[in-house]
Design a binder for this molecule. Sequence first.
Ligand SMILES: [Zn+2]
Ligand SMILES: [Zn+2]
Length: 180
Amino acid sequence: MTSIGGTTGKSKDVSGKIGSCFCGAVRFTISSAPNSLTHCHCVTCRKFSGAPFVTWTNFPVSAITWNFDTPSPSTGNATAASTTNIKSDAASLLKIVKVSDIAERGFCQECGSPLTIRYFCEPDVMSVAAAAINDEWEGKAIHRKEIFLEQRAAWWKGLDPQAQDRLEGFSPSFKVCSVL
Ligand SMILES: [Zn+2]
Ligand SMILES: [Zn+2]
């Protein structure tokens, strides 16, 4: 995996960066550079986020370590728990919902921040909301695209001037599959 910007410090990579939901109950650390940056204008992203689009960054699932604060039953104070397997953590505050036959999304149960999407046909890839990454980074040197422009909000005409692809739906290379 190529590190964006190397060691110059001028162009920032998200590798090793941390992020969280709005309230901080769900936090994560990323150990690799992202595969891509995707602005998704689909209706589901719009409804889920309350915004004209969601910008997703794709990582190997294994590159993300999740950290959760779980309420202590005796004191009410937060105690830290950590896992790399979201679904197996019963105490997870990252609520995973199956939103369609092709994907599941994750959001913080405490504050509602949308955080993840994972397609069933790509179980090893996790898309993380780019805006949830705490550290500033420039998103350079990775493939940038806009998808589902056919569903773009009529009141939103903006586009990423750096996007290399602008697509009406999914990328042609993306193989959609569903889980029944
Ligand atoms: Zn939260
Ligand atoms: Zn979308």
